[in-house]
Design a protein around this ligand. Structure first.
Ligand SMILES: [Zn+2]
Ligand SMILES: [Zn+2]
Length: 225
């Protein structure tokens, strides 16, 4: 096995426990150096609305603005900061389309999803254009074996990708989603999953529809913030 990011050889470390339990070996995907470049967000030093790292746990100004706009705010969890290492990873996986990289954070995401009590996991969908050019939904790829409920679909004909917009343009993006069927989420505890929390605009649009469909609780999760 080689590191998926720098191609360094990965030594397989056998643990007695694995041998005794006859468990399949957990395959490492990154070398120690690459792994160390990703910084996990400590929820005790982050905004409870969006996971932005900060000294206190009061709502940050951005979440306070969302609270004013919607009358509620998200309870978003992000696993890692969107630092240079994460930007490089996202570039290679999502924009250069290296599908092998979907496995890098799968087990961390799966573990966090197991800890969040949700009845259904709803991934943020990608546009038909993205699907045709990239060939995969990066969120679904990262979720690996997690059972998902595709309760949302893209309906917008927005020609400009979110990644090419300024912060102001992102915030003004109109509702791009529609519900496939409200019964998929009605009365359910929903976990909404995206790859990156940037302005929150995409997740608030999605959450607004899920709340209108009367889901009973809503949490959201992203790989990075
Ligand atoms: Zn490496
Ligand atoms: Zn916040």
């Amino acid at each position: 096995m080689n590191c998926l990011l720098c191609n360094a050889h990965l030594p397989v470390r056998l643990k007695i426990r694995d041998l005794v339990m006859l468990r399949p070996l957990a395959q490492p995907t990154l070398c120690e150096q690459c792994r160390a470049r990703f910084i996990q967000i400590d929820p005790t030093h982050a905004c409870p609305g969006c996971s932005r790292p900060q000294e206190h746990t009061r709502l940050c100004p951005e979440c306070t603005a969302w609270q004013h706009q919607y009358g509620w705010h998200l309870h978003h969890q992000a696993l890692y900061t969107y630092n240079d290492a994460m930007k490089e990873y996202v570039h290679c996986y999502k924009f250069a389309g290296d599908y092998r990289l979907r496995v890098v954070f799968q087990s961390v995401l799966e573990a966090r999803i197991r800890r969040i009590a949700a009845d259904v996991v709803v991934p943020i969908p990608v546009t038909r254009t993205t699907m045709a050019t990239r060939g995969f939904n990066q969120v679904l790829g990262m979720l690996g074996g997690v059972v998902v409920t595709p309760a949302l679909r893209h309906c917008a004909t927005d020609k400009v990708a979110q990644s090419h917009k300024t912060r102001q343009e992102r915030l003004q993006t109109p509702q791009p989603f529609e519900l496939v069927d409200p019964m998929m989420v009605r009365g359910k505890r929903v976990l909404l999953v995206d790859d990156i929390y940037t302005t929150g605009r995409t997740l608030y649009h999605a959450a607004d529809l899920l709340k209108a469909a009367q889901c009973c609780e809503l949490t959201s999760l992203s790989l990075a913030r």
